[in-house]
Write a protein that binds this ligand. Sequence first.
Ligand SMILES: C[S@@+](CC[C@H](N)C(=O)[O-])C[C@H]1O[C@@H](n2cnc3c(N)ncnc32)[C@H](O)[C@@H]1O
Length: 273
Amino acid sequence: MENYVSVIITCPPGQQRDILIGWLDDLGYEGFEEREEELVASLPEPRFDPKALEELLLPLGLRHRRELQQPVNWNARWEASFSPVRIGDFCGIRAAFHPPVEDVLHEIIITPRMTFGTGHHATTSAMIRLMQKLDFSGKKVLDFGTGTAILALLAERCGAAAVCAVDNDGWAVRNARENLTENNSRNIMVEEADRVPPGAGSWDIVLANLNRHILVEQLPALEAALSPGGSLLVSGILEADGALMTATAARYGLAPAEQLLCDGWLALRFGKS
Ligand SMILES: C[S@@+](CC[C@H](N)C(=O)[O-])C[C@H]1O[C@@H](n2cnc3c(N)ncnc32)[C@H](O)[C@@H]1O
């Protein structure tokens, strides 16, 4: 195992921290430990680029310090801190080593790794709440940016006939496949790709919990993938970006049908006529 550099950034919890984690992830940081007033992000020493870090943190006015660490098993550390999640009485999410989540309609088992999609984040739980109101029976579903496959698995549990789950991160794809096995999934196919799969008008429901930038870029492809009368559910949008998202969707003929605001994050459902 190689040495790691840990960067300890003074940044209280909230939206700025969530966004910062996304940007650090883009820079190749792997381990994120959230403390009360600090965010600790780590990556292998050979990949540490102090200039890129300065360029990111300076404009934000965030103070940081660095430490060289002995090898850390982030998966083990994360596994130890993973707790079950309950989304009302609709859905429970837990690891295989937890006891069952009681009195929920659907239960999803996630093998804790460093992949996004455990139900803890507001963007995922808002998607789940939007999904609760849709009829998935016999539907064909595309989950673009599947992460752990949490939403794909829930779609299957809700009766979807076929689910295609796509992610551009090889680690996420591996974890998604592991979770399909853990949940005895039969109707989900996972693909490693960074584009919406071909097949215009193929999908009755498209799920996309990404971020504003990727969503705006992918909207034409997501709309084209939807069948007439289909629903597109998106999340990962800051409240302030809601109007931009709705206006962009309207340009591609997608009409707003529902929206949920959760901890400053918006999840939206659009309909295709
Ligand atoms: C915010 S996570 C959502 C995970 C899960 N669907 C959820 O709702 O919790 C976004 C996922 O999209 C993936 N992703 C980002 N850009 C992508 C792209 N262009 N193509 C495919 N996947 C992408 C990331 O690797 C990440 O796993």
